[in-house]
Ligand binder design. Structure first.
Ligand code: AMP
Ligand code: ZN
Ligand code: FE
Ligand code: FE
Length: 283
């Protein structure tokens, strides 16, 4: 079985509709994908309908924008009840923060000699309820300011970059609690990618596991090199955390994240399913 539990559709900042994403996964020979759009459950219904047709499984997921000591940390939630009000309220708050930061980013881009209007951004957001920097990057590409999303991030949009604006995100401890109370399984996404090992130290991961009931970490992820994977895998084993592997696919929006380029072992997937079922979560 081939299982890729971290993918994005155009309902957040991927480039495929949920239906296109699911069909592509089936063509690539995947048996299961997790749809983990940023801060929204809105793509799940369409993805599941498409999955039934394509003969594969979609594990309902979410990637929640969280923070730890001011640094951005991403939390995956699998099997969450999509009607859980405290979780939905927090997701709304995060999405309002996403839209609210846009004027500041556009001012910065104007100061940098790259004016873009909110209307021009809107063309690239499409129907997504979860506006993100990748959409801003797409508008920059369309205006000819940069050649692709990667250049936009590398030069201007990276955390702390010249066109970056901070936004509200959920405290990671509270995020884990919200996922758990919605009967979901909480997993930290790419914990040691892009320098996050400075904040997510072994001591912090241990605290999140023992006191907040974190259940897993992504180990095999394109942002982790081999040495990082090895250290993280042994830390996860010591803490009893599930070790997942996933592509973090964004369609054409992100190079080096091909669908199925990293996968989760079937035993780990089955354990996730077992826990969701036991709690009465969403499958
Ligand atoms: P936002 O949701 O607005 O914080 O943007 C985060 C999204 O941008 C994530 O989905 C990442 O895939 C992408 N992203 C964040 N940092 C970078 C980076 N340095 N290079 C390329 N993509 C990035
Ligand atoms: Zn993304
Ligand atoms: Fe992420
Ligand atoms: Fe992601």
């Amino acid at each position: 079985m081939r299982i890729d539990l971290h993918t994005h559709s155009a309902v957040s900042d991927g480039t495929d509709t949920p239906t296109q994403l699911v069909r592509k996964a089936a063509e690539e020979g995947l048996d299961v994908i997790g749809l983990t759009d940023h801060d929204t459950f809105d793509g799940l219904r369409e993805a599941r309908l498409a999955a039934a047709e394509a003969g594969i499984t979609v594990l309902p997921g979410l990637e929640m924008s969280c923070k730890l000591d001011g640094a951005s940390v991403h939390l995956l939630g699998y099997g969450c009840d999509p009607h859980n009000q405290p979780l939905l309220d927090e997701l709304t708050r995060v999405r309002v923060g996403r839209t609210g930061r846009l004027p500041e980013m556009l001012l910065k881009l104007t100061d940098l000699g790259m004016p873009i209007s909110e209307e021009e951004i809107a063309q690239h957001v499409g129907g997504s309820p979860s506006l993100g920097r990748p959409h801003v990057a797409d508008a920059m590409v369309a205006k000819g300011y940069v050649k692709d999303r990667q250049e936009a991030f590398d030069k201007y949009l990276y955390e702390g970059g010249p066109a970056y604006a901070n936004r509200y995100s959920c405290d990671i401890r509270r995020g884990i609690e919200l996922v758990r109370r919605a009967n979901g399984v909480a997993v930290i996404a790419h914990p040691w990618g892009r320098g996050r090992d400075r904040e997510l130290t072994p001591a912090v991961l241990s605290e999140l596991t023992l006191e907040y009931r974190l259940e897993g970490v992504e180990v095999d992820h394109p942002d982790h090199n081999q040495a990082t994977r090895q250290r993280l895998r042994s830390l996860a084993a010591g803490l009893g955390l599930l070790a997942l592997g996933s592509s973090d696919h964004h369609g054409l929006g992100k190079v080096g994240h091909a669908l199925g380029c990293e996968t989760t072992p079937v035993e780990v997937y089955e354990e996730i399913i077992r826990r969701i079922r036991q709690r009465g979560g969403q499958l």
